[in-house]
Write a protein that binds this ligand. Structure first.
Ligand code: PGA
Length: 260
């Protein structure tokens, strides 16, 4: 596990973007796992800027998103498909058929979850999975208590997650109660994981993810077992980790990176 410490949200976004751009430039058919929420918005802005500069093309890229709400049509402004179109896909040259999100309005939900898994396999697996972390340690929509062996599945959202996400809806009652999420085992099969964390609000969650014993009650602890995790976190998100960090005893290194 490698931790890259950056000054702020902007630096986190630009550094994450440069890692993805480099991967896309160097591979013919890269497969990238994407996330939604506030955390990756700056990353997507930066990817669009790189595309507009002509630095990168997404023609050969295949994407798989982590999750989607159940019951929201892709044209619904609060669906993750809509978010992704608006924040990234509509502004770059990725072919539509190479974009994948779970289908939140499927009538064959179980079959679709199985197909999602096989589509990831057919694409050759995910090279780099972008992740955020929830205040309760969720990754994707894998809430506390989800099996580490889980595959793409339907999940019940916890009250705290619905509350945290209610900012995107006009009322809490409108936040769906279910979602479809890649499972934890699915996420762990990605060749590389890029976890982005920004802000003091996430300091405790990040601390627990890397220091607490492995527990399905705090799903992000599983990342301690992944051989290729890079965490890009800003100073505020790292504040709790740094309080007790001892380089000689720690299972991870913290590298400081500044934007040129
Ligand atoms: P956020 O969500 O980026 O909006 O903080 C992250 C998450 O809940 O996984």
């Amino acid at each position: 596990m490698q931790i890259i410490k950056v000054k702020n949200y902007e630096e986190m976004s630009v550094i994450a973007s440069s890692m993805l751009v480099e991967h896309v430039q160097q591979n013919e058919s890269p497969v990238i796992g994407l996330a939604t929420g506030s955390t990756p918005e700056g990353l997507y802005r930066s990817l669009i800027a790189e595309y507009r500069k002509g630095a990168v093309s997404f023609q050969g890229v295949t994407t798989f998103n982590l999750d989607e709400y159940v019951g929201l049509n892709k044209d619904d402004a609060t669906s993750y498909q809509f978010y992704m179109n608006q924040k990234l896909f509509d502004h770059i040259d990725i072919p539509e058929e190479q974009i994948h999100l779970p289908n939140g309005v499927s009538e064959e939900l179980q079959q679709d979850c199985t197909d999602y898994e096989s589509n990831i396999q057919k694409a050759g697996g995910i090279d780099i999975q972008v992740l955020g972390i929830g205040l309760n340690g969720h990754i994707g929509f894998n809430e506390p208590g989800t099996s580490f062996l889980s595959r793409t599945h339907a999940v019940e959202l916890t009250a705290s997650t619905r509350e945290a996400n209610s900012r995107y809806f006009s009322s809490l009652a409108e936040v769906p109660t279910q979602a479809i999420s890649m499972g934890i085992a699915t996420i762990m099969e990605s060749k590389k994981i890029l976890l982005l964390v920004s802000g003091e609000e996430k300091a405790e969650a990040l601390y627990q993810a890397i220091n607490s014993p492995l527990s399905e009650e705090f799903p992000a602890t599983i990342l301690q077992l992944h051989p290729e995790v890079t965490i890009i976190a800003d100073e505020l998100a790292l504040s709790k980790v740094l309080e007790s960090y001892d380089e000689s005893e720690s299972a991870f290194e913290i590298k400081e990176l500044q934007m040129k």
